[in-house]
Each structure stands twice: as structure tokens, then as C-alpha cells.
Design a protein around this ligand. Sequence first.
Ligand code: NAI
Length: 695
Amino acid sequence: MNELVKLSVHSDIAVVTIDNPPVNALSPGVPEGLAACIADAVANPATTAIVVIGAGTTFIAGADIREFGKVVAGTTKPVDLPAIIRSIEDSPLPVVMALHGTAFGGGFEVAMGGHYRVIAPAGKIGQPEVKIGLIPGAAGTQRLPRLATDFAVAARMCVFGEPIGAKAALAAGLVDRIIDGDLLEGALAFAREIASQPFVKIREREAIISDPTIFHQLHTEATRTRRGQEAPLAALESVRNSSLPFDEGCRLEREIFVRCLHNTQSKSLIHAFFGERTVAKIPDIPKETPTTTIRRAAVIGAGTMGGGIAMNYANAGIPVILRETTQEALDKGLGIIRKNYANSVKKGRFSQEEMDRRMALITPQLTWDGFEHADIICEAVFESLALKKEIFATLDAIAKPDCILATNTSTLDIDEIASATKRPEAVIGHHFFSPANVMRLLEIVRGKATSKTVIATSMALAKKLGKIGVLAGNCRGFIGNRMVHVYLREAQFLAEEGGTVEDINSTLYDFGMAMGPLAMTDLAGIDVGWRIRQESKHLEKSGVRRPLISDRLYEAGRWGQKTGAGFSKYDENRTPSADPEVVRLIEEVAAAAGITRRQISREEILDRCMFAMVNEAAKILEEGIAIRAVDIDIIYLNGYGFPAWRGGPMFYADTVGLDKVLARVEEFEKVHGSEFWAPADLLRQLAAAGKKFTA
Ligand code: NAI
């Protein structure tokens, strides 16, 4: 018994309550307190059964993830959780685990130490350890397959980490009853029913593997859907060991767990896990900063981005006006929204009524009617500074005084756009990513005059829209696109110097990126890049090399996937293949520019693409455009298909070692010039001090 776990007596039933707010995590003291309370309850001769329950809104939601880092660093010796769970299981009195909220990870492993489990209707259980690069480490992979009536359910929970709800848990034998009404009352009643009955320990059961092909199936699925990740396969290996004697399975589970705990993937995923929470903290904008309530929204432009942005508002229950210039564009935009929602209904994500409700929240129109009531207006018209300034001047005249004026520009200067208004403090960048209704990232760009209230409201709004908001400073391309610009530049330079399109794409894909850089260019549209270049021609320095091949592709009408050809050829299913015509075009461009083509190694492809980005990111940090290195990582993980198990570009650079990164950057500088490769001062300083970006 301690502050975190308390024992009380309800006539003949002992109740052990875990009270470690906010989520009853298994922090130091909780497992020990549990064991002590159970021992005390057992020692009381009047007790016939024990109920374990969580105070507040949840059972034990999981391990205290910060503890893992301390264990790896050797600053903490972890409590022997498996032994404590075993001691609960050895209780001579039956133990009923009463679950609500989330019983995840170590929480569900504790629950499996009990002899019975009851659950609230909205309760969820799961073994999500693989999501932070680990496997269940307190016999979860051994007890779960012994408990489940369906081995596949248990195996899937460990391998993919997805939680299941009360009904599914009951169907798979993972809980014994769903308790409607008061959970404690229901658990007490259940405990009285079973108090005098014999009971079994899960560890003494056998796992029944009715279909041995399950291992092969899950291996194939995990390799495909969790590409590059070690933990899902490690979890599968451990689940497979549930056919061994329990103690042997546990011994092996521990070995695999420790292996995962010490590898880079779990460190990267834990970095990403905490990073999502860190980015919400903005040093000069305290939590108490006043915010405005967003009740009504308006979006300008119903194109690729505007339609998706309007859906975000409707999804969050916020009525939104969607304005276009022509009926045709409006109908087209609305048609795509309807199709997207209909797809979700078809996939069973929500009902037809829900779709109708969301559609009804979107008011399509060609006028400015109602804009005067909007709490936020988000502009998503063509990427043209002149057009955007014209629109912001109009908004300045019609929007109410505290309305937030947001632009979805991906490259343009927020201050310049704000200068078209008399209220630059209200103007902010809301850079959504395509498809805007799907991608989780919202890069929020503060101009020099943007008010703290507008920033704080935008950060809160991101959350409401189900997005991760990351704050960036104002510069060309902000954080994400400024970095992707140098990444794509190197990919194209490499192609011109002799790298094949296929090698360049597959090197980055095999590294873990969702797609290769040239495939990404084909998806985004070569015409889109071309248009951006036309807008920024005045920024080009003469005598400085620039990628030439995309202009040639644009001129040849090869605009990427949408035209069936770009850097690759695409069939009707958009499957790419190599195209000799591209090779010819690239050779032509290279010859005209006097570039000597050579064989290029995958190592060079990877290092040039990655380290160009990392070096640029170091400058972004130096300039204060990004608050912390982890903000950059979160942007890349959620907006650019960077593999979470590598932690993001900054964390990846740290794992390589900044001295090694710097050495490569200096090598490339010698060959390709300082214009592109002058090392960032910050990179030099950190490398010299033996430090990291993400300390
Ligand atoms: P788009 O060309 O698909 O859509 C623009 C829409 O705005 C068109 O439907 C056009 O009719 C409409 N429009 C033009 N002037 C208007 C006005 N005065 N009032 C109302 N509607 C007007 O372009 P997209 O791709 O949606 O881009 C929009 C903005 O989002 C741009 O600033 C772009 O840089 C940015 N962006 C684009 C991303 C992408 O992947 N496509 C990603 C992130 C930002």
C-alpha cells in the first residue's frame, strides 16, 4: 500500500484501487503497491475475492514510457513486473480485474494476472507496444494466446498493436463480462458470484493454434504493412513461443524485449511519441494565452486543398462556407467531397446519416455572403501572391474584427500577404498537406505580426480538427517545403549525374520513405513544381546550377502520374515502370549542361538526399524558424512520409553521428560547391561538441 494504490473493504470483497493520475500508468510504486495490497487482502480471513480497479477515467493505461529511457541509460533498475503479475496470479483468492478506459500494454498484462476480467462497454484493451518499437514485456505474448479462444486475435493484437473494444474482447474470451452501469458495483456483484468457485491461472492453460498457417500470414502482412519495422516481427516470434512451456516462452520474451528496448527503432519511435506532445508547447505562448472559439468557418477555393480543408471543419462539426469563382469549379470540388465521404460510408467508417450531416455543414457558394460571421477564413486559391493579396484585402473589408485570416500557401511570404490587410496580427499560415482531409500535419506559420491569441487558437484548432499542429516561422517553404526543396533538388541532380530514376527512388524507399523523391515529384505533379518556379524566377541566382530535367519533362507534357508519364511511365493502375524516353531526355539535358555522367552508388544517393535536408534543417533551427529539432521531425513524420522508426531527419542524423554527417557534407561541398553544401554553423558546433540535435 502506498499513495498510488489503495486497499478498501466492501464487506467480504477487497477492492484495490490504482490512483496514479492522469492515466494510472505503471510508474515506480504502482506495481509494488498492487502486490502489497493483494497480499494484505489475502491476509484478511474475512475476504473471499479481490477486485482491482482504476480510479478516474481508466484502468492502467500502460507503462510509464519515460522509464524505458532510464532503463536503457542504466539510471533506473526496473521493478520485476512479470514477477509481480505472477504473484497476483498466485493469489489463493480469485482476483477480478475491472477494466474501463484503456487497459493497454503493461496495463493489460496486469489484467491478465487476474483470474477474471470484467469491462465497461466503452473500455478498450490492447498490446500497443509495437507502436513504440517494443513487444509486450511482462508475459503479454505468453498469456494473451493462452487466454484467447481465437489465437489469431491474440497474435494480431501483439503484432499490430491495434486495440479492441469490449464486445470484441468478450467474443475472443479476453474478458468475462461487460458491465453496464457502475463498474465497481458490477465488478463486486461479479466477484460475489464467482467467489466460491474454483478458478484457473492463465499461465497454466495451453495456447491452441488451430491454424498453423497464421504465422506465415501475419509475417507477410506485417512485412507489407509495417515495412522496415522490427518490432512487429519480433512480437510474432514471441507469440509463436507461446506453444513452449510458459516459463521458457517468458524467458525468450524477455530476451526479445530487451533486444528491442536497446535498438535504435524503439528509441526513434519513443522520440516520435513524446515529440507529438512536445510540439504543442510554444515557449513564448503560455498555456493561459486567451483563445477565440471557432464556431463558424469559411474556405476560399474548392480545389485540391480547399475541398479537403472544408471537410476537416465539417468532420469536427464546424459549419463551413466553401467559396469558388465559378459554378463549374464549385460543382467539381463538391463532387470530390461527396465521393470521399461516400467512400468512407462504403468502408463502414461512418453511416450515411453521418455523411449527410457532414455534407449539410458545408455551404457551397459563389458569393461572400456570410463571411462576416466567420470566426476563421482559410484561403486556398492558386499559389499566386498577387491573387492572394487581392483576396486578403477583400477579407480585411468584410471579416469581423477577431476573425482569423489563414492562408494555405505552401511557399509564399506570410508577411507579404498580411501587408494587404490593416490587421496583420490576424493573419497566419495554415499549411495543410495533401490530401488535406487525411494527412495529420498542420504546419502553422506565424508572421512577424501574428498575435499570440491567433497562434494559440490555431494550435487548439489543429487538435480539434484531429491534426498535429507544428509552429513554424515565416520563410520560403517554411520548415517542411524548404527542406523538401533541397531533397528533391539533390534527387534531380543525381539523375542528371548518372543515377537511374529507379535507383534513386528505391534507395529512399528502402530507407523507409513512403515513396522515392522522383515518385513524389510525379505524384505532386511536375506542372505544379513548374508553376512554383515561374512564381519565383526572380529569386534564381544566375550562374548557379539548377535542376534542368523537370522543365524538360514539363515541356514534353510529362506532368507525372496525372498524364501517365513523368520521371516514370504509369499504367492505368498508376503502377510505375522505367521509361527509356526519360533516360534519353536526361542524357540530353546532362550533355547540354556539360555534366559528365557516372555510376552513382546507393550510399551517395541516400547521403546526398538526406544530408542536404539535414543541413538545411540545421539552418532552419539556427534561424529560429523551427522551435526545436523535434518539431522538424514531427513535420517530416506526419507530412512527408518519413519512417517513424527512424525518428525523423534530425533524429536520424543523430543516430548516424553529427561528426559523420558533417564530414559527408564537407565532402559534398568540395565537389558540388558551397552554394548548396556550406555546412550550417549549428551542425559544425554540435559536431565539434559531440552533441546531438535532439538531446
Ligand atoms: P487548385 O488549383 O486545386 O485549387 C485552387 C482553387 O481555387 C481552384 O478551384 C480555383 O477555382 C479557386 N480559386 C481561384 N481564385 C479564387 C477566388 N478568388 N475565390 C475562390 N476560389 C478561387 O490548387 P491547390 O492545389 O488546392 O492549392 C491551393 C493552395 O494550397 C495553394 O496556395 C497551394 O500552394 C497550397 N497547397 C497545395 C498543396 C497541394 O499538394 N496541392 C499542399 C499544400 C498547400
